[in-house]
Ligand binder design. Sequence first.
Ligand SMILES: *Cc1c(COP(=O)(O)O)cnc(C)c1O
Length: 418
Amino acid sequence: MENGSARWGFRGNEELNVASGTTIRGSLTNLMENLDKDDPRPTVPLGHGDPSAFPLFRAATAAEDAIVDAVRSAKYNGYAPTVGILPARRAIADYLSRDLPYALSPDDVYLTTGCKQAIEIVLTVLDRPGANILFPRPYYPFYEAYAASKCLEVRHFDLNPEKGWEVDLQSVEVLADENTVAIVILNPGNPCGSVYTHQHLKKIAETARKLRILVVADEVYHHITFGTKPFVPMGVFGSIVPVITLGSISKRYILPGWRLGWLVTTDPNGILCKLGVVECITGCLNMASDPPTFIQGAVPHILEKTGEDFFLKVIDILRKAACICYDRIEVIPCITCPNKPEGSMFVMAKLSVSLLEDINDDMEFCLKLAKEESFIILPGLAVGMKNWLRITFAIDPSDLEDGLARIKAFCKRHAKKQ
Ligand SMILES: *Cc1c(COP(=O)(O)O)cnc(C)c1O
């Protein structure tokens, strides 16, 4: 027989399966397989943050028009330069400079296929034998999964739930050594819903400077804040320490499927250039595929013409949803939220399994919740926090109410009898 698997000279790379199984998508696929197909109720998807599926979160008309015009102009049917087309780079430089004490140049901006590719580029650029990198915990597992495919050693520092999920800077100093290359910061935070103050960000920059390491700031949720703290970009502290800022239009503009992101060097002292990092970024992009040219062509109009009313509407819905989420969870004995979310689209909640009868950990909680209530949330283990839960509230608030009522009933049913 010719088709026995032993005789072929090739097979899939098992290491890749290990890495991809730890991503959020990997964990959610597992939960989706546990749904009860006979449950007539709609599934409540609070596992991953993609509000674009809800009519309430439809993208701005200005963005849709920009794409139509870009396509119809027939100017964007060819290949783009690997760093992106100049008008798009200039528009992003101007857009980000509004929040900075200095002006970015178009040369500081590199277009990427979503923020995800910007993460890939930065980790590839920093990847050297023996190097280690500092990631926060709880985490956004794509970083871990991608680093696992490189020779970068990952070290985790803790975020402190008692202090608004701020970085524990003492543990950062303990973790770092002479082979540490960078610290990654997510602000506004996924999965914590945290927003860092100017003062805290400055302390992070000063610590990184002391350790002589780069700061990588994932600001894919830039300006998605609805608490008391405004969004402050890490690039504000670019003269203290070089910063590479990652972002995209996926979250703020609710356009994750358009796959347009950026990697930006916010480094007014030009240190990254001197150290060869800039050259490496360009080299890396030469080998990667670009965001579609017509999307790049539409960027200046998307950024310029999306009105303030669109952002206000989205922020208003998210603020409402965050409140519903926090208030409803507060009355469920086995789940506690240490902080009311102030940004992004997520909140972390702690699960007290000791109050439950027949559930031993967060994974079992989420599997049974999927099966019994058609309700999907992410077990904390997927973001490095056993017996926590990560909940997305970026859905229609009425669906959210319905979903949280199901969690409440579920917890009551499984509560330990007194
Ligand atoms: C969604 C997300 C990304 C990926 O963004 P894309 O633009 O969709 O590639 C990166 N980082 C964090 C923290 C995210 O939540």
